[in-house]
Design a protein around this ligand. Sequence first.
Ligand SMILES: Nc1nc2c([nH]c(=O)n2[C@H]2C[C@H](O)[C@@H](COP(=O)(O)OP(=O)(O)OP(=O)(O)O)O2)c(=O)[nH]1
Length: 151
Amino acid sequence: MSRSEQAIFTNMCMIYDSTGQILVQDRVKSDWSGITFPGGHVQQAESFTTSVIREVYEETGLTISSPTLCGIKQFQTSAGERYVVFLYKTNEFTGELQSSREGKVFWIKKENLFDYQLAHDFEKMVHIFESEDDSELYYYQDGEHSYSKFL
Ligand SMILES: Nc1nc2c([nH]c(=O)n2[C@H]2C[C@H](O)[C@@H](COP(=O)(O)OP(=O)(O)OP(=O)(O)O)O2)c(=O)[nH]1
């Protein structure tokens, strides 16, 4: 069995403040549209931490510090690649909020999150961001069907 494989690494960050607000992005790309948190692809030879700081800056105008890794989501793409999303959170940030072409970013009350049109499976990702016990949202294949589980 090969010990290497094709993989796509991405990140996402939940930024929260002391008043119970979280920063969401209304993602416009049709491949996975809806309300989510900012994030994107890790570049070649970039550290995972640097990549989430860079993506958050590009998509929100905010400079975050001390992002804490709180979990992972992963699934296999139709091309057979392992798609990995590293999930971070932080409440340390500076700068002026600025949306990008990826989608409008805005603060909402955390308890109102589920009133919005969320990206597909984002609700399950929120569980990982918040859970003390689960740290992975993993998709597995059973025949033609894909199922998720929390680990
Ligand atoms: N396309 C897609 N993105 C997903 C899924 N699940 C999931 O968490 N994401 C997240 C991971 C990343 O935070 C973000 C995808 O990154 P992106 O395509 O916006 O990448 P990017 O900002 O680097 O933009 P680009 O330069 O590649 O256009 O969406 C999914 O099923 N499909």
